[in-house]
Design a binder for this molecule. Structure first.
Ligand SMILES: C[S@@+](CC[C@H](N)C(=O)[O-])C[C@H]1O[C@@H](n2cnc3c(N)ncnc32)[C@H](O)[C@@H]1O
Length: 278
């Protein structure tokens, strides 16, 4: 007999579909070693949502402390209820702030991370520059700003892309069945580079969630981002791209700084912006 579709919270489905804190932590260690020759101890996760990176940060080292900043109170409350308790006493080293990343005040940190393209909410150059400037001012000498971006011809197309997410357990140990993550690029305006995207979750095992998350962004280019980061003072701005595996005809998971990259139909890269040591 077929079982009833399960109602799984959208935050659990989101984290399982798009977040991988192990990859992020690994990359941050490499970037900080390159920039400052030491391990980073403090991290601010901007646009933190359920703040899983801020949680993984304190779990990765007893000396580490983190701040998560997000405008949306209910999402932070969900993190306080479902993510922080898993940390036990380590939760004392995570500080969640309901605030705007443009104005939030935190102590100086070694790392600021703004992942899953969240900064693209700033569509005006002055606004993005002011955000990058405030990040620069929040970093310790040699500190790094980690962000990501997507591009390639497919990024400008109205389209839907599906990914099967295998059954697993969330951070709290809640099991979820196999489901489908759908990334929809619903509108793209070639004049302004404005893009409207939605995330849907579906599959026979879960109660589907249409438009679980929606984003209105500007699709910035890598050189636009790089130029603004340099303008606000970042000494080194390095893009990390995965290589290509001819045998599997997919990316190989090997994130390296690359000066030149084939314009694949769709790509994602991480950017490390390092503050100089002086
Ligand atoms: C795409 S989610 C990012 C979640 C998670 N950090 C990740 O990497 O997947 C974007 C988050 O940014 C928050 N947000 C949007 N504008 C913001 C702002 N100006 N300041 C702080 N948070 C903001 C939203 O509330 C939402 O939780």
């Amino acid at each position: 007999m077929a079982s009833e579709p399960q109602k799984i919270h959208k935050h659990i489905l989101y984290e399982a579909s798009v977040q991988d804190t192990e990859v992020d932590l690994n990359l941050i260690d490499r970037m900080m070693e390159k920039s400052a020759g030491r391990k980073a101890l403090t991290l601010r996760e901007d646009f933190s949502g359920t703040s899983v990176l801020a949680c993984a940060w304190v779990e990765s080292d007893p000396q580490r402390e983190s701040w998560g900043v997000d405008l949306h109170g209910p999402t932070l409350d969900w993190a306080r209820e479902h993510r922080l308790p898993m940390l036990g006493n380590d939760a004392e080293r995570v500080h969640l702030l309901e605030d705007n990343v443009l104005t939030a005040k935190t102590p100086l940190v070694d790392v600021v991370a703004a992942l899953n393209f969240s900064y693209m909410i700033f569509k005006q150059r002055d606004q993005l520059k002011s955000y990058f400037q405030s990040v620069y001012n929040s970093l310790t000498p040699g500190g790094i700003f980690l962000l990501d971006m997507f591009g390639g011809p497919h990024a400008q197309e109205v389209m839907k892309e599906k990914k099967r997410v295998p059954a697993g357990e969330d951070y709290e140990g809640t099991p979820f069945p196999e489901f489908t993550y759908v990334w929809e690029q619903a509108e793209y305006n070639a004049v302004t580079q404005d893009i409207i995207c939605h995330i849907h979750f579906r599959g026979k095992n879960i109660v589907p969630i249409k438009k679980a998350f929606s984003y209105e962004w500007r699709l910035w280019s890598l050189m636009e981002i790089t130029d603004i980061l340099r303008e606000v003072g970042f000494a080194d701005v390095d893009p990390y791209f995965e290589g290509w595996d001819d045998e599997t005809e997919s990316t190989d998971g090997d994130l390296q700084i690359r000066e030149k990259y084939e314009n694949m139909l769709a790509w994602i890269c991480y950017i490390s912006a390092a503050k100089g040591m002086n």
